[in-house]
Write a protein that binds this ligand. Sequence first.
Ligand code: PMT
Length: 401
Amino acid sequence: MLKDKNIVLGITGGIAAYKVVDVVSRLKKQGANVEVIMTEHATEFVSPLTFQTLSINSIHVNMFAEPKSYDVEHIALAEGADTFLIAPATANIIGKVANGIADDLLTTTIMATKARVIFAPAMNTNMYSNPIVQQNMAYLTDLGYEFIDPGTGILACQTYGTGRMAEPIDIVNYLNDSFYERDLEGKKIVVTAGPTIEPIDPVRYITNHSSGKMGYSIAAEAHRRGAETILITGPTHLEEPKGIRVIRINSTLDMFNAVQKEFDSCDILIKAAAPSDYRSKTVDSQKIKKDGSPDGPTIELIKNPDIAAHFGNIKEDRIVVGFAAETDNLVEYAKKKLNEKNLDFIVANDISKDGAGFKSDTNIVAIIGQEGVITDYPILKKSQIAGIILDRIRNLLDTRS
Ligand code: PMT
């Protein structure tokens, strides 16, 4: 998404300027053109030469420097920006912009741009919580300026609190996401992901190999495309996607209850999870001991509710999408599930293939719609498959409106 995008990066005078070196490097690796404007104070923290070397562009500092071209510099930068990032953003720059002050190259350029302006604040906790700063940020937010929340931790002033600039990777991800078409804005999407676990006793449980990657990819993509996204996830080792409400559950019954709470108000339910179909009829409160018999204990299993089938059959005008994880007769079994669960379409994956199904970053799927048409896809990243699923949902929404 960042390839060939013009990012104008305003760097102000804070120690977090050193972290922006990494931001520039990451933006360049993704193919963006980066034009850096530094305030005089910023140059005290990191040399312009560092940013010049990394951005492969000359650095803009002085409003009245010998012009490098016949363009009026701040207007050319302002008009050329696809996105304007200010990082680190001090209390001073936020205050100046909020009050319409344009007294140097950076502030005049911000004033002249029509591009999206995104601040990554970095300052001492007391400064950050100061009502003046908070009020300035609230005012700018109302006007459409954006803020990437700072983190909490040990700050340069050796205090602990909120005010540490967001991590470079999160800043770059935020910029990347800002270029997505927000074609699912106004829609509420519930995505289920990962395995469920069904306890047998305090130390043992039944589960499966789902890593959650497929469902998390769908949730992240839905969020980028502007949907209010709720991720209901079984236990995974994945990092929680930012900006998404995450509901953690353990068992299939927990997942059923969590979906039930969200279902009435949702527009779309995507069942990418691998819920356990069965649970142990009894759960021992003590660890089951070896009983000395050669066969060991017998665990009696009972059926869990089928979440996709339950909500598919009461969906009314909501869209419900399911997956089918199969090792044989992929299309035949997937079609059966599509009908039994009353899904709008099903994403079938043959989990016995290399690069498909559980754990991998890729998947190989066939999508089968209500009309019975089967579309086969080659091996793709799970994030790409997430995009294909959401495109298909967008098309369904369009044909219904
Ligand atoms: O998590 P990853 O490691 O990335 O792996 C991805 C995946 C293989 C888990 C995913 O691509 C996938 O196929 N998910 C569905 C797994 C599954 O449970 O398939 P199934 O064929 O048993 O179930 C069919 C559908 O019914 C699925 O949408 C499933 O979520 C749903 N289901 C199943 C059982 C149950 N009790 N309730 C359900 O809602």
